[in-house]
Design a protein around this ligand. Sequence first.
Ligand code: PXL
Length: 270
Amino acid sequence: MKPRSKVLIIAGSDSSGGAGIQADLRTVTTLGSYAMTAITAVTAQNTTGVKSIVPIKPIEISRQIEFSAKDIKPDAIKIGMLHSKPVIQAVIKSLHKLNTKKIVLDPVMVAKGGSKLINNSAINIIKKNLMKKILLITPNIPEAEILTKTKINSIDDMIKAGKILINLGANNVLIKGGHLNSKKMRDILLNKKIMKVFSNKKYNSKNTHGTGCSLSSAITTYLSCGKDLNKSCELGIKYVNEAIRSNLNLGKGNGPINHLNSINVIKKFN
Ligand code: PXL
């Protein structure tokens, strides 16, 4: 089998293998596409928490992006952990040179165990600049609360927060409802014209490390293959839902999801 498309991943490394670049690579690969990477930071962590974070210099991040993409042109780009303002500025500059339209941003802020993965000054530049330049932003509820300075306790609150982000200049927003205390799993996609609620079965599990990374990578991969945004979100959510359902239970803390359990979703690709 040949890869269906080429995806560039800009994200941090998670030594436990559950989130970050490791989850992204696994997602893109199991969905049958080819992945390139630009590593923004190296974290030492396991399922119980983050030990340390070493940021990569902005110039080196730009080199990874530009040098790889110059040779193999990505069909779509996924952005994950961006540690600081200078990193985001460098990424914005490099993206400008590439001219790739399909860009998905997972605004990674806090790891499962509570460790901060981004500086405060970086959050502002995401809102004021980066968010407007990309196709889709995929905040979970805590991230959407920080970005919109609102409290989210219901579907209505999710919709309100989504609208705030659209009014701030985001093109499309997918707010992930996993943190909501509800029986069903609901995620909301909205832009200026449409609002769509994806409703799925909720599997209660502590082993959800890497869900956000995997979802944004799955959506990016579907987009890179020519699926529209709505379908890409629908399929991406199904992909992650299946991976959670497996409940792998590795490690003593918040374990990884099982990408290999998503094979039945992958088969439905065409
Ligand atoms: O899940 C968010 C995330 C993203 N990127 C890296 C991470 C994590 C969470 O731990 O470590 C590198």
